[in-house]
Write a protein that binds this ligand. Structure first.
Ligand code: AMP
Length: 584
């Protein structure tokens, strides 16, 4: 049996967990349902609640409930939950933790590794933030993959060789479109475009504004714009929006919305569609751009896959049909397809040959900077090194030159984006290379970018004439300073445990629960020896023997954490001998 690597779709509105079991994809029910709202809250007693329970209190306790945190992933912000403050990574970790724990309950076995999906258009920071959230939830995030790619993978054996597909993914908060090709059993993303700020939530916002105008027309009065009323309106209008996917009109009636008065009006699907049309036009632009990047026409697309709950909107389907002459299909539930693909990717990583191998691309261009004189004056411009839509992993170099004689140092900037003007792109990081030789100006420096399958970047600057080099792995956590230990403490203040290495012995105890029967005895012995050893060290904390005990306890905890049972057995023996001798 292969190692278990689960697939997780960490969505703006909903999240899902899937695995491959006996060669088939299985979506794991969370709280009895395949879909869990990505909602986090505190109940009346201050206890953390996640999923449906949190969503149910959205109106009654808006200040104790958080929805759509994905939209803030990668931002250096804190959100309030009751009287505490949390980062988006921490809030997302609560969602992942719930999926992990509920999944473990359902499967009866520990979940340690996961593939998590992100929108193709997530930048480095947002990907990192997702990875951090996984770590905080006690998951080893073995791969971050793009949502549309996962969707294509979910079709697995269902896709024919040479088939070219368009994955149109409209979720609650983001939109992505990708052109995907299957060649030699490999699923390859040829091009990808999107908008990280466009989704079903925006339709809700338009409907809320429409409801406020309807109330004004009805009562000649303004509705209060407090959080509670707005949340209530959002819930009502989101429900109305879903109804309009199946019905030509919806009657909205929300009693005592501002105290004495009711909100009451009828909304036609036609009017709703007029409201959202400009947003959907933007998605069509992205489709055209992706097709043109992949040098394809719509006629060359054999399948259009719809992903994300908002693709149930009939206008989405009719625009794809009428404007682009594409025929979208719904063979796999658009809410589950991404998690299913992530599970398929997890199985491939675990060594399962049954599923297609994935080739992903980078949706952004990665640049360094240089001074250019092309407009008749010196200006800093972006120099692309790895271009958008390059398959991953990618490894490419460009040469830049020093400006002055005996220039002993140079700064290397890394920008993500399509513009040649640095200010229009996102600064990912910079570093200083010192110790260059005292060469004349125009000393060539080779800048090498290595982009891995998770979209993480390693940058090397090498002086060509001497080979002298400096390598930096760009870690956007440094930018937006997520202190993992502090985050763990913050989380523990709410949920009362910590999964981090900061708590080595606790982590060891936690791992003990995960062990199989074969190792359980070994772990019990280690736990017992640790307790007895700690008691002895407290009696005489400075003696050499006490130091040796601490050392052995430390090594056995590390062995438990690494699952290294041979070393654990050795440490148990050594500790047992020492304790036996000292207790005597
Ligand atoms: P996702 O992020 O994929 O879970 O998609 C969630 C979005 O899909 C939310 O904005 C939902 O309001 C929207 N949605 C779910 N069901 C429907 C439906 N039947 N019609 C229109 N939008 C829907």
């Amino acid at each position: 049996m292969h190692e278990l690597i689960v697939g997780i779709d960490l969505g703006t509105t909903n999240s899902e967990l899937a695995i491959i079991q006996d060669g088939a994809i299985r979506v794991i029910p969370i709280h009895g349902r395949p879909i869990m709202p990505s909602c986090v809250g505190l109940d009346g007693t201050g206890k953390l609640v996640v999923g449906e329970t949190a969503r149910n209190q959205l109106i009654a306790a808006p200040e104790h409930t958080i929805l759509s945190i994905k939209r803030q992933m990668g931002e250096d912000v804190k959100v309030s939950l009751g009287d505490k403050q949390f980062s988006p990574e921490e809030i997302s970790s609560f969602i992942l933790r719930e999926l992990k724990q509920e999944g473990e309950r359902e499967l009866g076995r520990p979940i340690k590794k996961a593939v998590i999906t992100v929108p193709a258009f997530f930048n480095e920071r947002q990907r990192r933030a997702t990875q951090v959230a996984g770590e905080l939830a006690g998951l080893d995030v073995v791969r971050i993959i793009n949502e549309p790619t996962a969707a294509a993978l979910a079709y697995g054996a269902g896709v024919k060789e040479g088939e070219t597909m368009l994955v149109y993914d409209l979720g609650g908060g983001t939109f992505d479109v990708s052109v995907v090709v299957v060649e030699n059993g490999i699923v390859e993303v040829k091009a990808s475009h999107g908008d990280v700020r466009l989704g079903g939530d925006d339709f809700d916002d338009l409907l809320v504004a429409h409801a406020i105008a309807a109330f004004k027309k009805q009562h000649d009065a303004e509705l209060p714009r407090d959080t509670k009323t707005l949340r209530r309106l959002k819930v009502v209008m989101e429900r109305a929006k879903r109804t309009l996917s199946d019905e030509p009109f919806v009657a909205i009636r929300e009693e005592y919305i501002d105290g004495p008065r009711h909100l009451e009006f009828e909304l036609l699907r036609d009017d709703y569609e007029r409201l959202i049309l400009p947003l959907l036009e933007r998605t069509l632009d992205c489709c055209h751009r992706s097709l043109s990047d992949a040098q394809l026409t719509p006629a060359q697309i054999s399948k259009v896959m719809l992903v994300g709950g908002a693709t149930r909107t009939p206008l989405v389907q009719s625009l794809l049909r009428n404007r682009m002459r594409l025929d979208p299909r719904f063979e796999i539930d658009p809410d589950l397809i991404v998690a299913m693909g992530a599970a398929a990717q997890g199985a491939v990583i675990a060594g399962d040959k049954h599923y297609s191998v994935l080739v992903d691309i980078t949706p952004h261009t990665w640049n360094t900077t240089a001074i250019s004189y092309r407009r008749g004056y010196d200006e800093l411009v972006c120099v692309p090194i790895i271009r958008r839509n390059t398959p991953l992993p990618a490894s490419k170099s460009e040469m830049v030159f020093t400006m002055f004689d005996a220039q002993l140092e140079t700064k290397v900037d890394v920008y993500q984006g399509e513009s040649d003007i640095p200010a229009e792109n996102t600064l990912i990081g910079d570093f200083l290379v010192t110790g260059l030789s005292a060469a004349p100006a125009n000393n060539p420096i080779v800048i090498h970018f290595d982009l891995d399958l998770n979209g993480m970047l390693k940058v090397t600057a090498r002086e060509k004439i001497t080979g002298f080099a400096k390598t930096v792995t760009l870690d956007t956590r440094a930018h937006h300073a997520v202190d993992l230990d502090e985050a763990r403490r913050n989380i523990a203040s709410l949920v009362g445990d910590s999964t981090g290495p900061a708590d080595r012995t606790d982590a060891a105890d936690a791992s003990a629960e995960d062990a199989t029967a074969d190792t359980q005895e070994l772990l019990n012995t280690a736990k017992d020896l640790r307790k007895r050893g700690e008691a002895l060290t407290q009696k005489n904390p400075t003696a050499d023997d006490a130091n040796e005990i601490r050392d052995l306890i430390h090594h056995s905890a590390a062995a438990i954490k690494d699952g290294d049972w041979t070393t654990l057995a050795e440490k148990n023996d050594a500790l047992s001998d020492l304790i036996f001798y000292l207790e005597d």
